[in-house]
Design a binder for this molecule. Sequence first.
Ligand SMILES: Nc1ncnc2c1ncn2[C@@H]1O[C@H](COP(=O)(O)OP(=O)(O)OP(=O)(O)O)[C@@H](O)[C@H]1O
Length: 787
Amino acid sequence: MPRNTKAISREDKRRLRHKRKENLEDLKKRVEEFDPVENSKITKFDELPLTQETLRGLGESGYVNLTDIQREAIPICLQGHDVLGAAKTGSGKTLSYLIPVLERLNYEKWSDMDGVGALIILPTRELAVQIYEVLLRIGKFSSLSAGLVIGGKDYKFEKERIGKVNILIGTPGRILQHLDESSTLNLDNLQTLVLDEADRILDMGFRQTIDSILNDIPPQRQTLLFSATQTKSVKDLARLSLVNPKYISTSTDQEATTPESLDQFCVTTQLSEKLDLLWSFIKAHINTKILVFVSSSKQVHFIYESFRKLRPGIQLLKLHGRQKQKARMETTQQFTHASHCCLFATDVVARGLDFPAIDWVIQLDCPEDVTTYIHRVGRSARFGRSGKSLLMLTPNEETPFLKKLGSRKIAVKKLNVKGSKKKSIHSQLQSLCFESPELKYLGQKAFISYCKSVFVQADKEVFDLSKLPLEEYAKSLGLPGTPKVKFMDRAREGKGMSEGEITKVKAKKNASRKVMNLAKTDENGEAMEEKRVRTKYDKMFERTNQNILSEHYMQMTHGKAGEYDDDDDDGDFLTVRRTVDDVDEKDLPPLELINTSKRAMKRATSRKLTAKMQDKGSKMVFDDAGKAHAVYELENEEDFQKQGPADELKEQFLSGEKANMHKEDAVDKSVAKEKRVEKKRRRKELERLAKEDEVSDEEAAYTVVLGHGSEDDEEPDLERDLALGEEEEREKDDENKEEERPSKRTKMVAEPQEEDGDGGEEGNVIEIEQPESIQDLEALTEKLINE
Ligand SMILES: Nc1ncnc2c1ncn2[C@@H]1O[C@H](COP(=O)(O)OP(=O)(O)OP(=O)(O)O)[C@@H](O)[C@H]1O
């Protein structure tokens, strides 16, 4: 926010200061006397008592007329009241709190010396970035400073500047990290606290973090809570110490909480036909902008990877909370600017994000509750524009979920899909999984994580895992068999998860994220990107990418392939991301910038290894006339016809291949099992040794941590991963929780991995959180030895 630096005399300065003071006093008086009832007809921002700087900022950003929530909320917020604001998605809640935040600090002539005067907390990084950008635009002529703190960004950079910021915007975890670690951040002077998407921020996933932040801010402040689905929970309000809060809502209880300009549809489909339906839908809407919600990041991975191999003819993108920050930002930008595009995402984008002109919001998986439904569909039909949404429900979900929507006055129209319009992609997915073990692996992960996402739901009326046709579902993903679902027995008994267990699951999920965040910062809290925890999935894809790098490079330079849409979150491969259409050689990044693993570098510089990697040539056979032929040549048509009808041949071939697939799968499984048994034996041995005090404390602890997947352990160990990864799978990507960060106040524990009660042999595996300090390490070691 630049200052006017034009040289003026001291006298002029004094006069200007005086004038400004007078104006501010006048404004304050106007605000105090502002009667919302009397002024209920005002329509424009310039009819409100606002500073010239803010009015200019608003005008330049194209904001002239007030929306309903802005007209009602801004004056009351300006008067300093605590406010609970509720209005439909896309109705302009952001300005309803940003303008008062700016103005109240302006009234107080806030300066750098006064420190942080306003704190704005948002549940996701993307949303924090978006709000920060709006603030920069409307506050362009203000002398206040603003700062953004979110996970995945340069912590040191933030830390150096945070002491000079007047308006601080961020995600809960990162804000708490700075409160814990940045000596310059002081919230003692805070005037206004804002929670955007307040109900989400106050829910279980963020509870601990928010409570810790609240401990650090003065109780005598203004608190503003905004959301399309506002909390009225007395408990929540008590936690925030609200004083006589004003409840401002622009719709009555009799109205739907979804925008009028949104056309809402639903379709009932078998679980095993969902992907067919989605594929057919995308193919039929390639000239639109589509956002597809699924319930976990594993499903996002699988659908994105398999659909892009099938080439639907529209650009595909993916976004979820497990991606690197750089990839997340890049995808957000791409989707924002695209006019025809399909984004597969988890609920990390369900709240608040303002993507322009989304034509369709598809919910492939039933949302957790009506609140989630409202926020998901609210990504379309924003600010009076038109939009459509399609909800896919399985036959079991249909009646209870539609009833719940009805009770919130949300009317959805039922659609019937004509059989002829739906194309089955089962056999394509089957072939893809057969050809690519990586994709099969992703499919298995997606399957388990979907099952888990259903199992963990408290609402058993809608979500009943035991009623789902899992065999058919596995087939529909192209999998050769049905992966084992460890908690199935409990699901069949109708046990589900108790509230306590769900809380534990959410806490555990946050904990695993803490480990990741810890790995990203050193003991000074500085960003250490390369120390990111790499999963087996990351390693597999990195290897795949190394091999296909040259192929992609050729495709790009020669403009051969239709669409280039590479995986981007698992390495710096994204440096070469682009579509081929307009590729110019000079625009391509220098190849040496591409970051590959040490092993790949070594291979590239070693002649022996390069020779080993080179094409070995292909085997040829010679006929009697001395003509060379490839070993596998296409038969001529006549010979082919002689063997019988093509359909029968195809069936024969497919059943043969299916049998092969089963065989291969059995081999994979037995190899994985052997490995698992061996690892278990090794681990037991180490535990025994540790007990006998034959290994040092530190060594024992370190070894068990590595047991989760060391750098050397490069082979995908599917069985073990599916078992150990179940916690991760549970990420039902409500990844907003991922913003939970390592707090110094959080106790680090090492505890046995939950196995959903079926007592499988992996039940003995010990999941360990990264120790934060030497004391943590000692406590951890002691615990391990005593296990
Ligand atoms: N007064 C206004 N004049 C013109 N455009 C506006 C105005 N207020 C908001 N908008 C635009 O409307 C869109 C939605 O606004 P905003 O993101 O604040 O909605 P929201 O109510 O916060 O939605 P959600 O509940 O999804 O978070 C944005 O693109 C914003 O720029």
